[in-house]
Design a protein. Structure first.
Length: 394
């Protein structure tokens, strides 16, 4: 096995079990490992630190897997990690919910692997060269452990380019998923389009938050921005919202939302779908003098990295300022950020700036985070990407 030696004093991250080693921390590589090959990481003094995937050109040169020198990274190792991840989510699946994230990359000690369950189908995302090397092993383990109807490759994320991997998409095993898979989440039925949908097909990371917010929507006028397939809209209608307006720029999102309304038998006259850029539409609502009791702002990732933080902060501030101006006095807004580079304290500061610009007072009612199928390893705080605030705007 190839040895990778760290520079003197650069072993702290590995000893604290952080799974990333950046290229600048490496002193020498004894050999010529392939990208994605498992290597042995040592300190400058030659002490074993961990095993991990090596990549010669990625900024994250090593993605650490195992800190016990006596353990071999083989098919049995992958099987144990996958089974541990799957079994830890078993209690989340029941008659009311048959979809969740089964594997969450570094959080489950499998860096670069994401597996989502959608009823009888699995959606797989591989974002590291190491996981790409063992893809056949992963498919075989998942097939035996879960016996799905099909496993679909959704590895089209831009993150693959950092590891010199081309985007891939298509059937890996079993049946090709139909155009729409029907799933259940919190007793609500959804049509999921794995092949053409965003990310892996569905945003199951908002499962808990959709349910929490719905408690505030009975008899209220609700605006669901970046609605995608309608999670917040459908939960609001189920709880008796007086009316729901859903906005998204994607034609597929709006089409899927209409499917989901019909699936659940909700009164279509209570819901309006608008295909439009959200920021543009919020300005239209302002010009029209429209007001809402509850607003949901769940935008895409504005800050993919820390270098984009300033620009993202301005975008979040403007979006939230517009939302605040559309609320009835004392109205409720659920506002989210899925940017890992934006921590909760930064997000609160952004909301404070938005309130100042809008001339509003704001009370934080509660804080939102990602659900337990998206766990955060204590040694890897970067895994905590989703945060949100439920605020009352006065």
């Amino acid at each position: 096995m190839v040895d990778v030696i760290l520079k003197k004093g650069k072993e702290k991250a590995a000893t604290l079990r952080h799974p990333w080693i950046f290229s600048g921390a490496i002193d020498k590589v004894k050999g010529k490992p392939e990208n994605g090959e498992v290597v042995r990481l040592s300190s400058a003094s030659g002490e074993f630190l961990a095993y991990g995937y090596y990549h010669a050109t990625s900024r994250v040169a090593l993605r650490l897997l195992e800190w016990d020198e006596a353990i071999t990274i083989d098919a049995q190792w992958y099987e144990q990690k996958l089974n541990n991840a799957i079994s830890s989510r078993a209690h989340l699946l029941n008659a009311d919910t048959n979809t969740c994230r089964l594997v969450f990359s570094e959080a489950d000690f499998l860096p670069g692997l994401i597996v989502d369950k959608y009823a009888d189908f699995l959606s797989l995302q591989i974002l590291s060269a190491g996981m790409e090397h063992v893809k056949p092993i992963l498919i075989d383990i998942l097939r035996k452990a879960l016996n799905p109807k099909g496993i679909f490759d959704k590895s089209d994320a831009t993150a693959r380019t950092h590891e010199q991997l081309e985007a891939t998409q298509g059937l890996l095993w079993g049946e090709h998923p139909p155009e729409f898979i029907e799933v259940m989440e919190n007793g609500i039925r959804y049509h999921i389009n794995i092949a053409e949908g965003q990310k892996s097909g569905f945003y199951c990371d908002q499962r808990d938050n959709r349910l929490i917010l719905s408690e505030y929507t009975k008899g209220k006028k609700v605006l669901d921005c970046f609605c995608y397939s309608g999670g917040f809209s459908l939960n609001s209608l189920k709880q008796g919202a007086a009316e729901v307006t859903s906005v998204d720029s994607s034609p597929l999102a709006i089409e899927t939302l209409q499917h989901n309304l019909q699936l659940n038998g909700f009164d279509a006259s209570l819901q309006q779908s608008i295909q439009s850029d959200v920021n543009k539409q919020l300005r239209v609502f302002k010009e029209e003098g429209r007001k809402f009791d509850v607003i949901v702002l769940d935008p895409p990732k504005y800050a993919p990295s820390r270098s984009a933080l300033d620009r993202a902060a301005r975008a979040y501030k403007d979006l939230n300022r517009l939302g605040m101006l559309l609320l009835e006095p004392g109205g409720i807004m659920a506002t989210y950020s899925c940017s890992g580079a934006v921590d909760m304290e930064t997000f609160k500061q952004i909301i404070a700036w938005a309130a100042l610009d809008a001339g509003k007072e704001v009370q934080i009612i509660r804080q939102f985070s990602q659900p337990e199928d998206h766990p955060v390893r204590i040694s890897f705080p970067e895994g905590e990407y989703l945060k949100g605030l439920l605020i009352r705007v006065l």
